[in-house]
Ligand binder design. Structure first.
Ligand code: ADP
Length: 409
């Protein structure tokens, strides 16, 4: 009776059966899975490993399979994935043949004896195929990253060269425009054209200066001229410079609750004036006529005070404008992002939704970060009907003394 036969007998039977079947198993497998790299000899080699380790304990079987994989697959991902296919075919073929050649219970017993070895082999080969895939993907990603860094560098170089090259002819143009302004009588019908030329060249000058600033920030060759000054004054000057534009668009600009009336901070006032002006101007640009832009401030992160820093000041610029989609809240600080939505593009500097070249926020960010501060935006989303508005936070450290060196990023 099959059930009374000893385990040794059954194992001997399986081993003999496998030895007899090996040749035909190889042929059938290669027919069912053609055009793979391993050949008949390789498959016979694997079957020999199986035959030699059928009775071994699990850990010995596992290291035998590892050894086999190391010798016959190595780091070759293609061979490894070929083996995954082959092993599945061999396993299925053995299953079918066991069912045909033995009574059900014996077939099951034999199957169980082989199962561990096949499982180890499948796990090991799949792992090798995946490891190698991962390595290829990593290599590909590294290449892409290097390519992106090169492109980014080329873009910065281009912006830097283009802005410097444009500056020379623009200076000549400005010279002639100024001469024309002197020559043309204010009452003359030509004076409107001259005024157009003047504001056009001024706007070009501003854009070129922004391009130079952004490339200096990118190249990290952007010096700060530290002085001690009243931050509130800088905000008031920025507001004052833009006042006529706010009035033109009937947008109310208010400055409230600045806790720094008496506190003088260390920083580069010229650069900070530029940063605040950019953010205030955006508040105007993305708020429809009749809206509001409000500047306020509060002390923050006071618990982080140490011998160098007293804490931080968080200046908030809140507008009642169209708002910013959640997905864009970080991206808007990358240069040239106004290209994201060409509908927002217009040449008007203060026109509602008059998107510019997309350099304002990257410059503001570069300046604030160079001061050891942070800038970020908050908004409930963009909606031109409900006008959820946006709030820009500019957080600057309050130095106790003039800092020697502020890390750039
Ligand atoms: P620009 O205004 O020249 O397009 P910026 O760098 O100043 O470039 O701003 C980038 C983008 O951020 C803008 O095009 C606009 O989409 C968005 N943005 C900036 N400030 C605001 C704001 N206050 N409200 C809504 N969107 C804003």
């Amino acid at each position: 009776m099959e059930a009374t036969r000893s385990t040794t007998d059954l194992t001997d039977e399986l081993t003999t059966w496998l030895q007899i079947e090996a040749d035909s198993l190889c042929r059938t497998t290669l027919n069912r899975a053609p055009n793979l790299l391993p050949d008949k000899e390789d498959i016979t080699g694997f079957l020999n490993v199986v035959i030699n380790h059928i009775t071994d304990p699990r850990d010995v079987q596992f290291s035998a399979i590892q050894n086999w994989a190391y010798l016959h697959i190595g780091q070759d991902a293609l061979v490894a994935s070929n083996w995954v296919t082959l092993l599945r075919v061999i396993k299925a073929e053995i299953g079918d043949r066991l069912e045909m050649d033995f009574p059900a219970q014996v077939a099951l017993h034999h199957w169980r004896q082989l199962d561990g070895l096949f499982t180890f082999a499948l796990v090991e080969t799949s792992q090798l195929a995946r490891d190698e895939d991962r390595a290829t993907m990593l290599e590909h990603m590294t290449k892409l990253r290097q390519q992106m860094a090169r492109l980014e560098r080329a873009k910065t170089d281009f912006v830097s060269v283009a802005s410097h090259e444009l500056r020379t002819p623009l200076t000549i143009l400005e010279g002639y425009v100024n001469m024309l302004r002197v020559e043309v009588d204010a009452e003359s019908p030509l004076s409107a054209y001259v005024n157009g030329l003047v504001s056009g060249t001024q706007r070009m000058q501003e854009i070129i200066n922004d391009m130079i600033d952004v490339s200096l920030i990118d190249l990290q060759s952007f010096d700060l001229n530290y002085q001690q000054f009243y931050l509130e004054k800088i905000i008031l000057i920025a507001a004052d410079n833009l006042d006529k534009h706010f009035r033109e668009r009937n947008v109310t600009l208010t400055i409230a609750n600045l806790p720094l009336e008496q506190l003088r901070i260390f920083g580069d006032p010229v650069r900070l004036l530029k940063a605040f002006s950019k953010v205030l101007l955006n508040g105007l640009k993305y708020t429809p006529d009749g809206g509001t832009v409000r500047v306020s401030g509060e002390l923050s992160r006071q618990d982080e005070a140490d011998e160098d820093i007293m804490g931080y000041i968080d200046i908030q610029v809140q507008d009642s404008g169209i708002g910013i989609p959640a997905d864009d809240l970080e991206q808007i600080f990358d240069k040239f992002t106004s290209g994201l939505d060409v509908n927002l593009h217009s040449s008007g500097k203060i026109k509602f939704k008059g998107g510019g070249p997309g350099l304002g926020l990257p410059i503001a960010k570069g300046i604030i970060e160079a001061h050891g501060g942070r800038i970020w935006a908050e908004s409930a989303g963009r909606d031109e009907q409900t006008l959820p508005g946006s709030t820009f936070h500019i957080e600057l450290p309050l130095w106790r003394h003039q800092p020697d060196l502020v890390s750039y990023n």
